[in-house]
Write a protein that binds this ligand. Structure first.
Ligand code: 5GP
Length: 124
């Protein structure tokens, strides 16, 4: 499949510095920042720097280095924010909405990291 990518989506603008964000962590291929409308006490987004629309696009076309960097950034953020049980935290949930049925609102691939309090059932 050929994937389109909207260069004017909100996360593309954040990557270009055109709109502000509250940065958490930056790596070679990924950026983490606070969600503007947190759903839980901790709600962080991790995005790749590359122009990937959704999970399928990212896993099909991003390099191995980009993919490893992305998931390692998610892991680093969870540890740095005391969410990981490995670091004495009480756990967290990672969610990635991909496409229409998942209600993906921003068409730039991203992972939500939710924690700091009980998250509740997987699907409500
Ligand atoms: P999705 O539904 O695409 O999985 O989630 C998009 C997320 O992006 C939502 O949780 C929403 O609050 C967040 N979001 C939307 N616009 C902005 C923005 O301008 N800045 C930040 N930091 N987050 C945003």
């Amino acid at each position: 499949m050929t994937y389109s990518y909207d260069q004017n989506n909100i996360f593309a603008k954040i990557l270009r510095g055109e709109i502000p964000s509250k940065p958490i962590l930056e790596s070679e291929h990924s950026v983490a920042f606070m969600d503007i409308a947190p759903q839980k006490q901790t709600h962080i987004l991790v995005i790749p720097r590359g122009p990937y629309r959704c999970f399928d696009h990212f896993t099909e076309e991003a390099s191995a280095a980009e993919q490893v960097d992305f998931y390692q950034t998610v892991a680093k953020v969870a540890k740095a924010h005391g969410l990981s049980e490995a670091k004495g935290g009480e756990g967290f949930r990672i969610i990635s909405n991909s496409g229409k049925n998942a209600h993906q609102e921003v068409p730039h691939y991203h992972m939500h990291i939710l924690g700091g309090e009980p998250i509740g059932p997987l699907v409500q």
